[in-house]
Design a protein around this ligand. Sequence first.
Ligand SMILES: C[S@@+](CC[C@H](N)C(=O)[O-])C[C@H]1O[C@@H](n2cnc3c(N)ncnc32)[C@H](O)[C@@H]1O
Length: 299
Amino acid sequence: MDRQPTDAETDNRQWLFVIMTTISSNSGNHVNKQEIEDILSLIQKEHNFDFSRYKRASITRSINRRLKHHHLRSGQQYFFLIRQDPKETARLISDITVEYSFFFRDKNALKDLRHLAMEPLLKQKANDKDGLRAWCAGCAGGEEAYTLSICFFEASKGLPDKYRPVIFATDVDENSLRKAQMACYQDKSLSELSPHQIKRYFHRRGHNYYVEDFIKKHVCIGKHNILTDPPISRLDLISCRNVLIYLQKEAQEKTLELIHYGIKPGGFLFLGRTENLIDKMKNKFEVVSQESRIFRKMA
Ligand SMILES: C[S@@+](CC[C@H](N)C(=O)[O-])C[C@H]1O[C@@H](n2cnc3c(N)ncnc32)[C@H](O)[C@@H]1O
């Protein structure tokens, strides 16, 4: 008597179909709108990650890159692949969230941040019993958070260690957070540092460079989704760079509102070079440097 195929058998047949159609034709590599929505629903259902507020154009590019990588022709084939392979889903999530970063990204803006925000904050705190608090939201592999720790160290010359801030470094991507915890980098991430800075702030083992403890100990790493988790509060500085650009306009607005709530009056916000305040926020922050994207919360 005929029996119904089990779920596993159905999956295997679907997968065989994917392989056969891939072999029979190897051009295309495009995902359509419906397939994107199916893939995002699957990620939300199985990995509890909601990409509905990210820009569709960059999601499309990410999925098409993964299709190409696997020589697949349609989003449907890719859907079957991620349904069976959680590692591939993790790779897609990392691709969509874009973990790209490096030390001292945007050197000139950091120079301004040091003079216009860090030095005044350190001076002010020298007479204040509360410690400084900074937050690097969307820290990727830690490069930006350790850069901030180095900048605060350089700006605090002469002041005791206790005046340097605790820097909360958060990201939604677990692979990135693991890298940030290890604080181990290759030389391509350090290309913006001087030889003196590399020698001072890293120790080398083989081809790897490890952040020195006196820089690392000020950085506190944790998982945080800027779209869904409550913001860290009572902050003197929030650096949220190259994260908003991947979000749709309403999500950018909501994120900036949460960020505004987290900063103390008089505290600073540091955005990425191509990011900006939305109109609604412009009367809540004063512009410290438009070119370097440094803003100050009105008292
Ligand atoms: C292009 S990297 C920017 C890294 C660093 N801020 C810089 O400017 O070099 C974007 C980072 O934002 C993180 N990200 C994306 N969506 C996020 C969210 N909803 N909550 C927290 N982090 C997020 C990504 O995982 C990624 O590490």
